[in-house]
Design a protein around this ligand. Structure first.
Ligand code: IPM
Ligand code: MG
Length: 358
């Protein structure tokens, strides 16, 4: 089979980790007889520098013509002082909206091999950790009305948190159907003790749950969830939440798996179309130094194989290859703990070793 992939390497460590993901995909292509056609496009800071616009129309069009999108990372110090609407991050939000990528899947899995990289006491994660965060990605406060107004206390800025029933319903369906294929538990996270939008969220999620009798639902306030994630993380299977709470909780969940450098994500629309990107950012402090961990990008490519292309065997092969490399003690700097069993490797070597295991 032949697959058309739009490749947006982006900024900072994006291009380095992307190169390794493409190396691994090429290997999958050779071994399993597929052809991956890559077309590169600009977004974020790289696009601002090239054409003054963080999300050129050409990039949107290319993504729409492709079967899937791979994205490295966006943003960096260089563009930090631009006004809000011109910041590179707008490109990410624009892509999510234009491509209707409403469902963001962020699996936080603690690999056995990285158990000692987890900052929690070992008994809290004994036997492993496998949480899937399902984050709503095209609504809520990220996309609500925003602006400034004058008040007696001076200028006020506001961003509106708003969720429509249908937005909640469609993301809830994603979470429940995912939970049905896992441990069958959904924790819906909100702030219903304070926010009206959360009360509607809770009502709709409860309605949707009725259609999934095999899945157990509980509701949890976001502040409590933040606490539970670090004191009893194994209670979670699927965490269903809105855009901003999902942003925050997914960073927290990523750290308890050892390193944000190993966490992939998928952003899906209806049908099988998706954009795949690591959860980590552009890490400008280590860009261009062969220090970045390409595993999150490589595992994002594996998610693309699984969810958009339906290539489960191939996705398994990539995930197993990553684990084998970790089993051998190979560690990029983010994973190094200074133990004698570690073999320190760089970005390119990590990609080569992983490809070599496929
Ligand atoms: C993420 C990032 C983005 C977000 C930023 C870069 C706009 O933090 O994907 O988690 O807040 O969604
Ligand atoms: Mg984030």
């Amino acid at each position: 089979m032949r697959y058309k992939i739009a490749v947006i390497s982006g900024d900072g460590i994006g291009p380095e980790v992307m190169a390794e993901a493409l190396r691994v995909l090429d290997r999958v292509g050779e071994q399993f007889g597929h052809e991956f056609d890559y077309t590169t496009a600009l977004a974020g800071g790289a696009a601002i520098d090239a054409c003054g616009n963080s999300l050129p129309q050409e990039t949107i069009d290319l993504c729409k013509r492709s079967d899937a999108v791979l994205l490295g990372a966006i943003g960096g110090w260089k563009w930090d002082n631009l006004p809000g609407e011109q910041r590179p991050e707008r490109a990410l939000l624009g892509l999510r909206k234009e491509l209707a990528l409403f469902a963001n899947l962020r699996p936080a899995i603690l690999f056995e091999e990285l158990a000692d990289a987890c900052p929690l006491r070992p008994e809290l994660t004994a036997g492993g950790l496998d949480v899937l965060i399902v984050r709503e990605l095209t609504g809520g406060i990220y996309f609500g009305e925003r602006g400034y107004k004058d008040t007696p206390l001076g200028r006020a800025a506001y961003d509106v948190e708003q969720y429509a029933e249908e937005e909640v319903r469609r993301i809830a369906h994603v979470a429940f159907s995912m939970a049905g294929k896992r441990s069958g538990r959904v924790t819906s996270v909100d702030k219903a003790n304070v926010l009206e939008s959360s009360r509607l969220w809770r009502e709709i999620v409860t309605e949707v749950a009725a259609g999934y009798p095999e899945v157990a639902l509980n509701h949890m306030y976001v502040d409590n969830t933040a606490m539970q994630l670090v004191c009893a993380p194994q209670q979670f299977d699927v965490i269903l939440t809105g855009n901003m709470f999902g942003d925050i909780l997914s960073d927290e969940a990523s750290m308890i798996t050892g390193s944000i450098g190993v966490l992939p994500s998928a952003s899906l629309s209806t049908g099988n179309f998706g954009l795949y990107e690591p959860v980590h950012g552009s890490a400008p402090d280590i860009a261009g130094q062969n220090k970045a961990n390409p595993m999150a990008m490589i595992l994002s490519a594996a998610m693309m194989l699984r969810y958009t292309f339906g290539l489960a065997k191939e996705a398994d092969a990539v995930e197993t290859a990553v684990k084998r490399v970790l089993q051998k003690g190979c560690r990029t700097p983010d994973l190094c703990r200074g133990e004698s069993t570690e073999r320190k490797i760089g970005t390119a070597e990590a990609g080569q070793l992983i490809a070599g295991e496929i």
